[in-house]
Design a protein around this ligand. Structure first.
Ligand SMILES: NC(=O)c1ccc[n+]([C@@H]2O[C@H](COP(=O)([O-])OP(=O)(O)OC[C@H]3O[C@@H](n4cnc5c(N)ncnc54)[C@H](O)[C@@H]3O)[C@@H](O)[C@H]2O)c1
Length: 462
């Protein structure tokens, strides 16, 4: 089958490469000429495990090509996917559909023979109707079916997710289109993923409802974590205890600094807006998003609490910048609000991330970017673990302590055990368990003279 992928970003590139790997002939189109040029040179513009090899292998087998020329690609394609961005619209939080509609117009102009146009971008209910209207207004003669096929892959495990989906949702009432979609995903039939055929508007809503539900789980456990800190309970044990209940499940119950990334924040906002337009306010989701918004900055106050509320003149080493491990995606990463808040409180921030520093430099300018975790911690008053990259899970704690001006670790991902850090003499605090009992040692006790205003070095009470 010949397939065009319009939009060669995270979703378009991964989906295009995987579909080529299934044996289809895929042309990935993007209007960013530098991106296409880089891909042709073999450079992958995003960090995603396994993607370089997958793209390389399929390019070598001539099943995967890249172009800026939409018309060349669409002519003769059986299926055309739209995988362009749908960011939050500035000002009101609705999904910005201008890229989707522009792509629909461009595709319509060059359609040739029966073609299935598939929206893979996350789009609000009714977008498929508008895409259909745009295509028939541009090309009344076009023989086309517009299908919704939302994507559920996760950054960091995108290839695995695309090839082993929990389900494939297909929204269409067109029998021919259904056959084309079945053919596209037929190579997955060995794994027998459930194909859910449904109405187009239902498929569109399934994607938003799924992301909104996951975001709700995160905000829920984050609020429970705050309560745990007050009452002396441990949120990880609470999460285990409720996650063992099959009706609840143990996924997305990790308390942390709030959800970020390219999808959850914008999708929850967009769903709230869609619902408001239909006069069905989604109060739970309004709370979910409000809880998340305030949480990221609140993490800086957690750091300050260890220094009697003041970070002026302190150096804070932030480990991890991307919104989650195994990606360089900085979109709405909690580390951005955290670092800005730390700086607002007067701290100097040093940072290290295994993959996202180039992306971060464009957003966070007043930060000292370091070569590794130890360089980052050198001379710091506190280390804050903001993203749970594997390489931060087994830091050499003795070395870390020797390097730091003050042995303080704030673990926003709960990857260490308090006893372990206490044994090494760290003052350690995490999410959703009682605050540390170990006082932050004074500089005098550490035998260091630091030219700063005197500070009170006691762990503050909750
Ligand atoms: N990133 C994820 O993890 C993820 C997961 C599931 C769904 N989604 C959804 O998929 C969609 C794409 O997300 P993404 O993260 O891949 O976005 P992205 O910003 O990484 O990529 C979008 C690409 O589309 C290109 N583009 C825009 N208009 C174009 C046009 N008219 N013609 C050709 N190319 C055009 C851009 O240059 C860019 O390269 C969004 O709706 C998103 O919500 C994303």
């Amino acid at each position: 089958m010949r397939i065009t992928m319009v939009g060669t970003g995270y979703v378009g590139l991964v989906s295009g490469a995987c579909l080529a790997d299934f044996g289809h002939h895929v042309i990935c189109v993007d209007n960013d000429a530098s991106k296409i040029e880089a891909l042709r040179r073999g450079h992958i513009p995003i960090y995603e495990p396994g993607l370089q090899d997958l793209v390389g292998a399929n390019v070598a087998q001539r099943r995967l090509t890249f172009t800026t020329a939409l018309s060349e690609a669409v002519r003769g394609s059986d299926a055309v996917f739209i995988a362009v961005g749908t960011p939050s619209r500035r000002g009101d939080g609705h999904a910005d559909l201008s890229y989707v509609y522009a792509a629909a117009r461009d595709i319509a102009a060059v359609l040739d023979g029966y073609t299935v146009v598939i929206t893979k971008s996350t789009v609000p209910v009714g977008t498929g109707d508008e895409v259909e209207r745009i295509i028939s207004a541009t090309r009344p003669d076009a023989d086309v079916a517009v299908v919704s096929n939302p994507e559920f892959l996760r950054e960091g495990s995108a290839i695995h997710d695309f090839k082993h989906p929990d389900r494939i949702v297909v929204g269409t009432a067109d029998e021919r289109a259904r056959k084309v979609m079945a053919e596209i995903y037929r190579p997955l039939s060995l794994n027998q993923p459930p194909m859910l055929y449904t109405a187009r508007c239902t498929a569109e809503l399934i994607k938003y409802a799924a992301n909104a539900f996951l975001a709700t789980k995160i905000s829920f456990i984050n609020e429970i974590a705050d309560l745990c800190e007050r009452v002396g309970a441990d949120v990880q044990e609470v999460a285990r205890g409720i996650g063992m209940d099959n009706r609840i499940g143990n996924k997305f119950l990790h308390a942390g600094p709030g959800y970020g990334g390219s999808c959850f924040p914008k999708d929850v906002r967009a769903l709230i807006k869609t619902a408001q337009d239909h006069e069905v306010p989604l109060r739970i989701l309004e709370a979910v998003t409000a809880v998340n918004e305030v949480r990221k900055r609140a993490m800086a106050r957690k750091v300050a609490a260890l220094f009697a509320g003041s970070l002026r003149g302190r150096t804070v080493a932030v480990l991890g910048l991307s919104f989650k491990p195994n990606t360089d995606d900085m979109r709405e990463a909690p580390a951005v609000a955290l670092i800005t808040a730390l700086q607002d409180m007067g701290a100097c921030v040093r940072a290290y991330d295994p993959a996202a520093m180039e992306q971060a430099k464009a957003i966070l300018t007043d930060v000292a970017y370091c070569a590794d975790a130890y360089v980052c911690a050198d001379g710091a008053d506190a280390v804050v673990i903001a993203t749970e990259w594997e390489q931060f899970r087994a830091l050499d704690l003795g070395r870390l302590k020797d390097l730091m001006a003050c042995p303080v670790v704030v673990d926003l991902r709960n990857i260490y055990r308090p006893e372990e850090l206490a044994q090494h003499g760290f003052a350690y605090t995490r999410i959703g368990s009682p605050p540390p009992t170990q006082a932050v040692p004074s500089e005098a006790a550490l035998g260091r003279t630091i030219q700063r205003a005197p500070r009170s070095l006691v762990v503050s009470e909750p």
